[in-house]
Design a binder for this molecule. Sequence first.
Ligand SMILES: [Zn+2]
Length: 228
Amino acid sequence: MKIIWDKGHGGNDPGAVANGLQEKQLTHKIVEYAMSYLEENYTGFEQRTTRTGDQTLTLSQRAKMANDWGADVFISVHINAGKGTGFETYVYNGGVSSRTVALQNVLHNEILTTMRQFGNITDRGKKRANYAVLRETKMPAVLTENLFIDSNDAKHLQNEAFLKAVGEAHARGVAKFLGLREKPKVQSQQKPSDEKLYHVQVGAFRDRKNAERLAEDLQKKGYPTIIV
Ligand SMILES: [Zn+2]
């Protein structure tokens, strides 16, 4: 499975700019978080980004990259502007496959649910538009507009933990859509034989009854207890 991540804007096109934030930097961060999360947690895919750094690319170049590579899925990440609030996603407003609609559904739900862990986020809906990257790409393609850079939404966009969570939500959405296999979790390591173990003893008594009384107290508090 081939995934291509499109970081909106870049180079001499910063995208929307407000509140000390640049859209091109935010889309870079969100995509990098998405790619790292996929790499760490899933197998059976290849991924690329339309720009690894701060290159300037036309919309057609981005779509062509995805088409020439034969990507299975195209995700374009953007930040909104215009003093509104909330999250929305787009697919092409011409003929789209049911797969494209499915990709929009899974991504939209995954990302919105994650964003709402940070506060009230308006759902602006699953929309359709005649955007070049959506029109010119041949595979299921979705564009996400992740809050508004020039409204009160900016407080979330200034929070690195939020950007990371949003990136990871993009990754989970794509993984669900493609049915990627999760990597087995690393099991806790065996203790090396020379490792020290520290024991805690809570009482020593001549009369066994006193020991039993203390053991009973500890058990009531939830401590595993043995009398030696
Ligand atoms: Zn944009």
